[in-house]
Design a protein around this ligand. Structure first.
Ligand code: SDX
Length: 429
C-alpha cells in the first residue's frame, strides 16, 4: 500500500512537497518534516514542543484524551494492583515482565549496588544543613561520574546497563542521606535484606538509638507511588535526559540534568508546591477565592497539581493515588484535613467552566503529597521521592536512545533580534 503522505503547497514558490506520515503501533500519526527546509526552505515553530515528536520509543504510551497510561503495553492500573516497583523497573528497562529467574537476578544486582562511595557521603556533608535535597541530589548524582570514571563508555552496552543499575540502586541511598544530613543524623547504610521501598524507609527514619521497624502499610504505599512515578514518555525531565544523552555525555550527567529539570514547580516540584498551596488556602471557606485567583491572568497563582500538557482527562495516576490516600490514612489511623481540603478544591474546580473548558484535571502531583506527609516524609523530600521513581524512566529512555544511532539534539529558532548593524565606538553611543 502506498505510504501515506500529506502534500504541502508553498504559495511562495508554488512548489509542492509530500510529507511522509509516520504512524506508531498506537497514538496519533506524525508528519516527517525532515525535507521541509531542504525542499521548501521552511522550519517549523512549536514553542514547548507541544506538537512535536522528538523520538520513536517503545517504552511508555499515553493517550491524553482517554486518560490512558501503559508501561511497555501494561496498563498502569494493572501494574499498580499486581506488580512491584522493582518488577516495573525491570519491565521498563528490558521491555517485558521478568520471569522469576530474571527478576531474582535483577533484584540481586540492584540490591548489591545500593551503597555509595564513602567520599560521596563526605560530599553530602559539605552542604549546608538546610540545603534543599534536590540541590544535593542533582549535585551528588552528577558527581557519580567522578567515582565511576572507568565505566563511562556510553558505547559499551554492558557499561550502560551497569550505570543504569547503579542509578536505580543508589538514588534512594543518596536521597535518604540528603534528608538525614538536614536532620543532623548520622548516615544510615542500606539494609540489603529489605525490599526496595522498605530499605528506603529504613535509611530515612532509622536512628542508632533504637531499632526501627518499617511499617508495611507505609512501604506498600511507597512502592506503589514509585511505580506511578516511574516513567511518563517524553516529559520535560526525560526529554532533558535524552537531549543531554544525545551529546554523548555520561549517564550520571544526563540523570543529574533530569533531576534539575524535575525540580521546577511546573514539573516534579509541583508535589511540594501543592502542599504549600493547600496550607496557604488553609480552609474550605477560602477555596473559592483561590480558584478565582487561579483563573485570573494577571495573578501568577496557579492551581498546583492541576492541568497537564498531555492529559485532557483525569490523570490515571491521580485516580489511583486519590483512592490510596483514603486507604493509607485509614490504615495508619490518621486524619488529614488537607485531604478534605484537596477534595473540596477538586470538586469546585471541576464544576467551574474555566477548568472544564481547558480540560484541567488533577495530575499525579495533586494528591501524592498527602500520602508522603502521612508517611512522615517532609515536603522538601517530595520531589526527591518523584526522582527516585522517575530514575527508572530516565535510565530506560537513556538506554533506549543510547542503543540506537542518534543525532545531537539541536532545535532552531525564529530570530526576532536586530538586523545587521555596525559597531560604534563608545564615544559615539
Ligand atoms: C508533571 O509532562 C509530563 O508528563 C509531566 C508529569 C510526569 O509524570 O512527568 O506528568 C509530571 O509535571 C505534572 C504537572 C505538574 N505541574 C503542576 O501541577 C503545575 C500546575 N500546572 C500548570 O503549570 C500546567 O497545567 C502545566 C505546566 C502542567 C501544563 O502546562 P501547559 O500544557 O503549557 O498548559 P498551558 O500553560 O498552555 O495552559 C492552558 C490553559 C492556559 O490558560 P489560557 O492561556 O488558555 O487562558 O490552562 C491554564 C493556562 O493558564 N492553566 C491553568 C493551570 N494549568 C493550565 N490555570 C490555572 N491553574 C493551572 N494549574
Amino acid at each position: 500500500m502506498a505510504d501515506k503522505k500529506l502534500t504541502l503547497n508553498d504559495p511562495e514558490s508554488d512548489k509542492t512537497l509530500d510529507l511522509p506520515i509516520i504512524s506508531g503501533t498506537q497514538g496519533d500519526p506524525t508528519l516527517d518534516i525532515g525535507n521541509l527546509h531542504k525542499k521548501l526552505g521552511y522550519f517549523t515553530f512549536d514553542p514547548g514542543y507541544g506538537m512535536t515528536a522528538s523520538c520513536k520509543s517503545e517504552i511508555t504510551f499515553i493517550d491524553g484524551e482517554a486518560g490512558i497510561l501503559r508501561y511497555r503495553g501494561y496498563p498502569i492500573e494493572q501494574l499498580a494492583e499486581h506488580s512491584s516497583f522493582l518488577e516495573v523497573a525491570y519491565t521498563l528497562v528490558y521491555g517485558d515482565l521478568p520471569t522469576s529467574d530474571q527478576f531474582t537476578r535483577f533484584e540481586r544486582d540492584i540490591t548489591y549496588h545500593t551503597m555509595v562511595h564513602e567520599k560521596l557521603n563526605t560530599f553530602i556533608q559539605g552542604f549546608h544543613y538546610d540545603a534543599h535535597p534536590m540541590a544535593i541530589l542533582s549535585g551528588v548524582v552528577g558527581s557519580m561520574a567522578a567515582f565511576y570514571h572507568d565505566k563511562l563508555d556510553v558505547n559499551d552496552a554492558e557499561q550502560r546497563e551497569l550505570a543504569a543499575k547503579r542509578l536505580i540502586a543508589k538514588m534512594p541511598t543518596i536521597a535518604a542521606a540528603a534528608f538525614r544530613h538536614s536532620m543532623g543524623w548520622p548516615s544510615a547504610f542500606p539494609r540489603n535484606s529489605l525490599p526496595y521501598a522498605d530499605r528506603f524507609l529504613h535509611m530515612m527514619f532509622s536512628v542508632p538509638a533504637e531499632p526501627y521497624e518499617v511499617n508495611p502499610v507505609a512501604a506498600k504505599a511507597l512502592d506503589l507511588l514509585f511505580i506511578l512515578h516511574a516513567d511518563h514518555e517524553q516529559n520535560a525531565s526525560t526529554s532533558t535526559v535524552r537531549l543531554v544523552g544525545s551529546t554523548g555525555a555520561n549517564p550520571y550527567a544526563c540523570v543529574a540534568a533530569g533531576i534539575a529539570a524535575l525540580w521546577g514547580p511546573a514539573h516534579g516540584g509541583a508535589n511540594e508546591a501543592v502542599l504549600s498551596m493547600l496550607n496557604q488556602i488553609g480552609s474550605v471557606k477560602n477555596v473559592a477565592e483561590f480558584v478565582k485567583r487561579a483563573k485570573d491572568k494577571d495573578d501568577p497563582f496557579r492551581l498546583m497539581g492541576f492541568g497537564h500538557r498531555v492529559y485532557k482527562n483525569y490523570d490515571p495516576r491521580a485516580t489511583i493515588i486519590r483512592k490510596q490516600c483514603h486507604e493509607v490514612l485509614s490504615e495508619l489511623g490518621q486524619q488529614d484535613e488537607l485531604l478534605d481540603l484537596a477534595m473540596e478544591l477538586e470538586r469546585i474546580a471541576l464544576e467551574d467552566d474555566y477548568f472544564v473548558e481547558r480540560k484541567l484535571y488533577p495530575n499525579v502531583d495533586f494528591y501524592s503529597g498527602i500520602i508522603y506527609k502521612a508517611l512522615g516524609i517532609p515536603s522538601s523530600m517530595f520531589t526527591p521521592m518523584f526522582a527516585i521513581g522517575r530514575t527508572v524512566g530516565w535510565v530506560s529512555q537513556w538506554l533506549e536512545q543510547s542503543s540506537t544511532p542518534t543525532r545531537i539534539g539541536r532545535p532552531r529558532q525564529v530570530y526576532t533580534g536586530a538586523t545587521e548593524r555596525d559597531y560604534a565606538p563608545i564615544k559615539n553611543r
